[in-house]
Structures are given as C-alpha cells and as structure tokens.
Ligand binder design. Structure first.
Ligand code: ZN
Length: 161
C-alpha cells in the first residue's frame, strides 16, 4: 500500500505547510469556488505576467483533500503559461474522474498522488474544486459551484460566442 501512504503523507504535509496560502493584493484574476457537498469554499487569486502565471495564492475553508490539492496546484502552475495550466487542469480532472491512466503519458508529476480519489466518489469534487476554480479565474469567471448547471468545466473554453 505504498501509494496510499504516500497519499496520506502528501495530504498531511500540505495541510501542515500549505504552499502559496494567503491573499494576493492587486490580483489580475480571481475566482471563488464552492463545493456544497463538503462545505469547501476557497478563493484563488493570481497575477498574469503576459501569458505566464507570475504569482498565485489560495485561501478559504476546506477539508484536507481540497486544501492539499489547492496547495499542490498553486505550486504546479506557478511560472507556467495559461495554456500549460489549462492542460494540467484537464489532466487532473480526467485523472480524478478515472478517465486518465496515471501510469500513462501526462504532465501531472507528483499530482498523481490524487489518482486514488477516483475510487472515493464523495471526495472527487473536493480534489477537483481548486482546479475548477483556477479554470474559472483564468477565464474571468468569478464564482463557481460544483453543483451548478453552468459549471464552467462543462462549457467549451474560448468557444464561439
Ligand atoms: Zn472537501
């Protein structure tokens, strides 16, 4: 059960010492995400420098899985381009939903510790919420809910308008 113990270790570590936790002044993009099933609510704020995510922070009230996912997400996308962040968002979402094989080809790196949530339906939304919220922030949608019919993850990105 090595994977399980690594998972627990990572969750604990990121809850003890969340990365990029706090409020970002003068953020160029931000969004609030809410997962009513668990009570998770968090805000993602970031600054784009051209196409690069220069700074990113999160804060809010959430369960340990959501907080660890948010912490690892901010560390993973900081310094990346908006396009690369969108790839990670899609891959993380597919992995959490069991649609991406974590041992296959992807860009998730250590984020694969969350692969096990696909077997825990009640925790999938906790793990995905920070990524939904980042997606919303990058697309200038300021508020999302995992229970909303207009969840931006289900809408085409940059589609025809
Ligand atoms: Zn949660």
């Amino acid at each position: 059960m090595h994977t399980q113990s690594l998972y627990q270790e990572v969750i604990l570590d990121h809850n003890r010492k969340p990365r990029n936790y706090g409020v970002l002044d003068h953020a160029s993009h931000h969004a609030v995400g809410h997962n009513p099933l668990c009570g998770d609510r968090l805000e993602i704020a970031l600054n784009l420098d051209g196409e690069h995510i220069d700074r990113i922070t999160f804060h809010g009230e959430s369960c340990a899985i959501c907080k660890a996912s948010a912490s690892m997400m901010t560390a993973a996308v900081k310094g990346k381009t908006r396009a690369d962040a969108e790839i990670l968002i899609q891959e993380f979402r597919d992995m959490a939903l069991g649609k991406l094989d974590p041992s296959g080809q992807h860009h998730l790196g250590r984020l694969t510790v969350f692969a096990g949530v696909r077997d825990l339906p009640t925790r999938v939304k906790c793990a995905i919420l920070p990524w939904h919220t980042l997606h919303a922030a990058l697309n200038s949608v300021t508020s999302i809910s995992t229970e909303a019919a207009d969840d931006p993850m289900h809408a085409p990105v940059g589609g025809a308008s």
